[in-house]
Design a protein around this ligand. Structure first.
Ligand code: SAH
Length: 344
């Protein structure tokens, strides 16, 4: 018999499960509160749940709890990078960033990734599997429990392509923002994608108030294909059209992520071309000096080149920010910690 993944069930499905098992309906609300508000790390912690029901959960359900394998703390800015072990031994990484406006957690959506972006450490060993909704939630729950601090923002920008794990992502988003759980405002959630166009259009139809971030990283099709194989499947103009559609459907301004790589996509002409490409979008651009990984020889542009790029965009009426680098001293780049661990 397949075990029920009880922490991945939204409240209505949990209620169905409770009723099917001959329990009273109010038990579902109690259980949900234990798992998603009190962040219980074992069925045994749920003190007002009858022993027989706790036993049933232990024996017939999967009760997902991530195990903290490592935690690196930045001496520079207090950023904490966690490595968690999943039940099958897979590792995922998550990051807590502390800002003046609150705590932000960056989570992984897959173990590994199959998108193949050239500059990214998370994809070097390919995709292992999708994460369940519970495994995504648990990254936030364990960090919140570990620090005793409230998490106010969540970004799905760790390892994995969230839109390649679409169904689980949607259940996760629903449970994360549910008033019976952590009740994080949809406006404080960002999902970042490398540009899977049909899924962007599908997501637009869900009418969520989350922020969609697009990893663009290039001003034209030819350069984008060289950095991101996904561009071969979905062309850059199709992608920009999908962004415009997302704004029309949701009213939410898009974030464009652009990693600056010295000599590859950081020239004045690149900036002008980028401005021409996205000029019609309601968007904000995040400029991120590429985080060098040892497997590739991509380099960061000089500071001046970064600001010149930003100035050029501004001259074309495009607002951008240069991403503050957090946790530079602790394997900041996406997937580096997990990779280092796997290589050992
Ligand atoms: N798959 C999703 C989310 C995970 S990657 C996506 O592609 O958006 C999160 C962001 O980090 C993406 O913008 C990605 O392109 C960027 N990124 C990955 N490796 C990087 C590196 N070495 N330096 C700078 N940005 C990087």
């Amino acid at each position: 018999m397949e075990r029920t993944d009880i922490k991945s069930l939204p409240l209505d499905s949990l209620t169905e499960w409770i009723l099917k098992n001959g329990e009273k309906k109010f038990r579902a609300a109690q259980l949900y509160q234990w798992m998603h508000q009190k962040l219980a790390d074992s069925p045994d912690a749920m003190s007002n749940i009858p022993a027989a029901l706790r036993k049933k959960i232990r024996e017939e359900c999967v009760f997902t709890v991530l195990k903290q394998e490592a935690c690196q703390v930045s001496a520079l800015d207090g950023t904490r990078k966690y490595l968690f072990r999943l039940a099958d031994g897979q590792m995922v990484e998550s990051v807590l960033m502390r800002y003046k406006h609150g705590n932000s957690v960056c989570i992984s959506s897959q173990a590994g990734c199959r998108m193949g972006c050239r500059f990214c450490a998370s994809t070097l060993d390919g995709l292992v599997r999708n994460l369940t909704p519970a495994e995504m939630l648990e990254q936030i729950y364990r960090i919140s429990a570990d620090t005793g601090e409230r998490v106010s923002n969540v970004v799905v920008m760790g390892t994995g392509e969230p839109l390649d794990n679409y169904e689980n992502l949607l259940v996760f988003l629903c449970m994360l923002t549910d008033e019976h759980g952590l009740h994080i405002s949809q406006r404080n959630v960002t999902v970042s994608t490398c540009g899977i166009v049909p899924k962007i259009r599908m997501l637009a139809g869900e009418k969520l108030q989350i922020t969609l971030a697009i990893s663009l990283h290039a001003p034209n099709q030819e350069k984008r294909e060289r950095l991101m194989p996904v561009a071969k499947a979905y062309g850059i103009h199709e992608l920009v059209d999908a962004c415009a559609y997302y704004f029309e459907e949701t009213g939410r301004r898009i974030t464009i992520e652009y990693s600056l790589v010295a000599g590859v996509n950081d020239s004045g002409q690149d900036a002008a071309e980028l401005a021409g490409l996205i000029g019609r979008l309601h968007c904000h651009v995040n400029l991120i000096p590429v985080n060098p990984i040892k497997e590739r020889d991509y380099r960061q542009p000089e500071r001046q080149a970064v600001y010149a790029f930003q100035k050029k965009l501004e001259n074309h009426g495009i607002v951008s920010t240069v991403r503050r680098e957090m946790g530079r001293d602790i394997d900041g780049a996406c997937g580096q910690l997990r990779k280092r661990y796997a290589d050992k």
